[in-house]
Design a protein around this ligand. Sequence first.
Ligand code: UP5
Ligand code: MG
Length: 202
Amino acid sequence: MTDKYNVIFILGGPGAGKGTQCNKIVKEFGFVHLSAGDLLRAERNEPDSEFGEEIAQHIKNGSIVPVAITCSLLKREMKRSKENDDKDFFLIDGFPRNNDNLDGWNSEMSGLVNLKSVLVFDCPKKVCVDRCLERGKTSGRTDDNKTSLEKRIQTFTDSTMPVIEYYRRENLVNEVSAERPEDEVFEDVKRIIQKIQSENNS
Ligand code: UP5
Ligand code: MG
């Protein structure tokens, strides 16, 4: 037995379906879903936040918020879930996105966490962009527009792909083709999570 937090990182391009699939995983398996983007958007909207403006600029530009901010939000939520709800299995969605995130996370959290897997949603760029533009008609997200999306895609290619390659070398990556209908994608996701769970219990 261990007191550490169990973590699966969920990565993939903008609109690849990270949030959608996390919601399905939560329903089926009861893990805690922590979207780094959602936490940053909530922090940005706090009237008293000292980081609000900085976060807003990064989100609009598709660039990446300094790790100290993101990591402290994630850590706070993990601690809260563990203390209040006795939950210790987390899906961390959309993080780590670059080497700064990776280094910051490793120095702050690696001793507290069992990283079980890095689940990567592989989706063609055009599909990603089209999904976000469609969502942008109603989402109100400041980055669901053509200009921000070009930057988000570029950041994913330049900064996040190397993180995925790093974890691939560590043999932690499980990749799923995410261009298919949601339920088909989830069938593969389910198999992967079941395998992780069975390894966890053995
Ligand atoms: N959809 C989903 N799956 C589908 C399917 N199989 N078939 C057809 N449609 C599908 O889905 C996107 C849209 O596609 C939805 O309309 C959905 O219905 C449909 P969603 O599940 O929301 O995709 P997701 O991958 O979660 O897309 P998201 O836009 O959230 O991805 P991003 O990675 O771009 O956004 P995130 O919120 O993680 O980050 C936003 C910004 O915050 C970043 O650009 C960055 O500036 C900042 N950030 C940091 O700086 N650091 C962090 O650690 C995290 C974020
Ligand atoms: Mg998302």
